[in-house]
Design a protein around this ligand. Structure first.
Ligand code: F6R
Length: 611
């Protein structure tokens, strides 16, 4: 979603801001803009904004425009349509204060009404525009104090950056609920909402916490709390794997990321599965065996693809570790006033670590005295920091909006945690060893499958021609069916439904006719025969079937109009790491065949930082 960049230093800010915005494009946005001060030759803040890709903005920005201080923004519309007046930065009435903002100002209507009564003329429909006008109202010559006072009147979430024409060489930044990170260079300072934008410029970074405000200059920054009092946080080293990822030889980031899965899984598993002990080690959880033995329940929380991984994780916790477990959509969990058992363990699963709904669920657990740990990809992200303890999944940067390699790494990390808990509580060394060895073999199996993925084109032809597509499976394969349906919706815009296979006959089967493609996920596990019966039921109503099944399963292949074998696993809990692969490829190639914007599908954002 929205992204922020900022720069103060001796260099021309415009090209640096443009590169930063380009790196934030993956988050999803619909317009972009920059504001420059300090050397522009204009008494006002100089702003340029454009609807559409950052490339549109780049055409409008003169790379040689002077200005050594600047802020930039990519906007994902929440309040007000997608047009230039609603794009950030927003200016006050005198054009001398510019603001970029991530988040939502919840009391914007009341503030706007008040300011309008005082004669302020608004130029956009955004919630954000109240900020520059409020800051102007309280400005008495000190930028930091003006922003601080303005923010006292504001309710909602924000990460903001503000520049003042009267104070070239200064940016004021503040955070409440929307991440911001500052980076220290040699005589220059960078600001961003996402450390990806800083990679390559500096590795010395500091993350703002909620209700903190800072004054940034080329020499560094001064940090204070919004309600007063100077503070400081340690400077951290940006993780080495946080490098900006290019597409390389691949046509799209999504395809590249699908093919990175053998490597990302290896990174996730290596050093964590310990076959000699029949168990696993996840140091980041920092749990003693006694603490593991007393966990009463595991709740796994996430949204979208991360929720689908959570479903597999909860099943593994129950089956492998014999701990009662459930998975829940974080946005629902946070508002249902859940009962939090202090001896339960909650896991918050998130690729970006910035999803507002998941962060809200983390806070709900914490407010009620519960224990919550992150299963997160982005190091140093808000969820990772809010949880303090957890497991990094180490997928590496995921740029395509549709999540692929993060899903498999999340599943793998949750399987490792289940093995670790299981070994402590329930399973014998032999069984643990078998499971651990099987997990360690998965990256090679993924690699083997991706080299020869089977009849994907035939499947694409079938789904691309359907009015809608059904996905079904049972047990963990239902989670895979949900993930396959989500991918095809997102990337190809094809209406899809997913059901536990046996649920079809309770209603959805009414929709089946000879034009309906059905994708069935049927690994050779304990539910196989039952799922194949459900396939028979839809076939009897004329459905055309794509069956993802274990290699060598002749019966499953015989029932399929398109048969896609994947390498066999002994444990059904591991099968999602393989059965999801053809579904990722089908979504990718269907999107390609239909001419979709694969890496940045319409209306979607990579990092969903609003509720
Ligand atoms: C689907 C997708 C989304 C995310 C969801 C949660 O391809 O990417 O459904 O999974 O928005 O995001 P994270 O994992 O960053 O919390």
């Amino acid at each position: 979603m929205c992204g922020i960049v900022g720069y103060v230093g001796p260099r021309n800010a415009a090209p640096l801001l443009m590169e930063g915005l380009r790196r934030l494009e993956y988050r999803g946005y619909d317009s972009a803009g920059i504001a420059l001060t300090d050397g522009t030759g204009s008494p006002d803040v100089h702003i340029v904004r454009r609807v559409g890709p950052v490339a549109n903005l780049a055409e409008a920005v003169d790379p040689a425009s002077l200005g050594h201080t600047g802020i930039g923004h990519t906007r994902w519309a929440t309040h007000g349509g997608v047009n230039e007046p609603n794009a950030h930065p927003h200016l006050d009435s005198t054009n001398r204060i510019a603001v970029v903002h991530n988040g939502i100002i919840e009391n914007h209507a009341a503030i706007r009404a008040l300011l309008e009564e005082e004669g302020v003329h608004f130029r956009s429909q955004t919630d954000t525009e109240v900020l520059p006008h409020l800051i102007r109202k309280f400005y008495r010559g000190d930028p930091l104090e003006a922003v601080r006072t303005a923010l006292q009147a504001v309710q909602g979430t924000y990460g903001i950056a503000v520049t003042f024409a009267d104070h070239p060489g200064v940016i004021i930044a503040a955070r409440n609920g929307s991440p911001l990170v500052v980076g220290k260079g040699e005589g220059e300072t960078f600001l961003a909402s996402d450390p990806t934008a800083l990679a390559g410029y500096t590795r010395q970074v500091m993350y703002l916490e909620d209700r903190e405000i800072m004054r940034i200059t080329a020499e560094g920054w001064e940090l204070t709390r919004l309600d007063g009092g100077t503070i400081s946080h340690a400077i951290e080293e940006l993780a080495e794997d946080l490098v900006w990822s290019e597409k390389g030889d691949f046509q799209h980031h999504m395809l590249k990321e699908i093919h990175e899965q053998p490597e990302s899984l290896r990174r996730c598993l290596s050093g964590r599965v310990v076959p000699e002990e029949g168990g696993a080690r996840l140091g980041g959880l920092d749990l003693t065996t006694r603490e593991i033995a007393t966990i009463s329940r595991v709740g796994v929380l996430g949204c979208g693809t991360s929720f689908h991984a959570s479903l597999v994780g909860a099943a593994a916790m129950e089956q492998l570790a014999r701990i009662p477990a459930f998975a829940e959509i974080a946005s629902e969990f946070r508002y249902r006033n859940p009962v939090i058992d202090p001896s339960a363990l909650f896991l918050a699963v998130s690729q970006s670590g910035e999803t507002a709904d998941t962060l809200g669920a983390v806070r709900e657990v914490q407010v009620k005295g519960g224990r919550v740990m992150g299963v997160v990809n982005v190091v140093g992200s808000s969820i990772a920091r809010a949880c303090g303890r957890g497991v990094y999944v180490h997928s590496g940067p995921e740029i395509a909006v549709a999540s692929t390699k993060a899903f498999t790494s999340q599943v793998a990390a949750l399987l490792v945690a289940s093995l670790m808990f299981g070994r402590t509580r329930h399973i014998a060394a032999d069984e643990g060893r078998r499971f651990g060895n099987e997990l360690l073999a998965v990256p090679d199996l993924v690699s083997r499958y991706l080299e020869n993925p089977g009849a994907i084109d035939a499947a694409v032809e079938m789904v691309a021609g359907g009015k809608y597509v059904f996905f079904f499976g049972r047990g963990v394969s239902h989670a895979v069916a949900m993930e396959g349906a989500l991918k095809l919706k997102e990337v190809a815009y094809i209406p899809c439904m997913s059901y536990p296979a046996a649920e079809m006959k309770h209603g959805p089967i009414a929709l089946i006719d000879p034009t309906t493609p059905v994708v069935a996920i049927v690994p050779d596990d304990v539910m196989r025969d039952k799922t194949l019966s459900n396939v028979q039921e839809v076939k009897a109503r004329g459905a055309r079937t794509i069956i993802v099944h274990s290699e060598g399963d002749k019966d499953a292949a015989a029932l399929a109009d398109v048969s896609i074998p994947v390498p066999r696993t002994r444990s059904s809990l591991i099968s999602p790491l393989l059965t999801v692969l053809p579904l990722q490829l089908i979504a990718y190639r269907a999107g390609l065949a239909l001419g979709r914007n694969i890496d940045r599908p319409r209306n979607l954002a990579k990092s969903v930082t609003v509720e």
